[in-house]
Design a protein around this ligand. Structure first.
Ligand code: TYD
Length: 215
């Protein structure tokens, strides 16, 4: 299989969603490769349905392992229905969150354990790890402040109600992952403007896959 599978990761408020859209435009403008933008949890109807269950503020009684299994199930379906077919078409799949989110949120912050989460997710992805992961790093406080500012009325979902300590654990777990897999995961300082962060992501992709770009 060819194509290229790139994931964008980071704590809440790192600016992933804005960066990823800009990044897709820049890559398409400077290469021949079609870019498919997608996200987790979601990306296709079955996974979007699972996303609604996970993020529903009503579901406060949800067991942590149930939540972890739902993320893995949504990921599996997304991979099979959307990511793999697009890689087989030689496209570049740019995905907002993937397995590293589960390791950081469920494994680290929820305390299930990184290894346990790796195992259920390895079952789900069957070896289809991202070719490259851009980790947008932001400290927990700045990230949460950005989210609060961006919302006029508080459309607070269940996960945003978590404490600062939870988000600090998310970040710590991401940073540990980075140490473990320096050949796949790269840190981008996300405390800068969206334009600067996007450019840093683009430069890194260009450096890793120079053959992709025309200039
Ligand atoms: P979303 O509204 O997509 O937030 P963001 O724009 O920050 O990505 O909600 C996704 C939330 O789900 C986010 O708080 C992280 C969480 N999440 C997990 O806990 N585990 C996972 O495996 C994934 C994919 C997301």
């Amino acid at each position: 299989m060819s194509g290229l599978f790139i994931t964008i990761e980071g704590p809440d408020g790192a600016g992933k969603s804005s960066v990823i859209k800009e990044l897709a435009n820049i890559i398409e403008a400077n290469s021949q490769i079609p870019v498919i933008l997608t996200r987790e949890p979601g990306g296709i109807p079955i996974s979007e349905e699972i996303r609604k269950i996970i993020l529903d503020p009503k579901n406060t009684m949800m067991d942590e392992r149930t939540e972890a299994l739902l993320y893995a199930a949504a990921r599996r379906q997304h991979l099979i229905e959307k990511i793999i077919p697009n890689l087989e078409e030689n496209n570049l799949v740019l995905c907002d969150r993937f397995i590293d989110s589960s390791i950081a949120y469920q494994g680290g912050a929820r305390g299930i354990g990184e290894q346990e989460i790796r195992e259920i997710n390895e079952f789900a992805i069957e070896g289809r790890w991202p070719d490259l992961t851009l980790y947008l790093d932001i400290d927990a406080k700045t990230g949460l402040e950005r989210i609060a500012k961006g919302r006029e009325v508080s459309v607070i979902d269940r996960l945003d109600q978590e404490s600062l300590a939870f988000h600090e654990l998310v970040r710590e777990t991401y940073l540990m992952g980075l140490e473990k897999e320096p050949e796949r995961i790269f840190l981008i300082d996300a405390s800068r403007t969206i334009e600067e962060v996007t450019k840093a992501c683009y430069d890194l992709i260009k450096e890793q896959f120079p053959g992709l770009f025309v200039n």
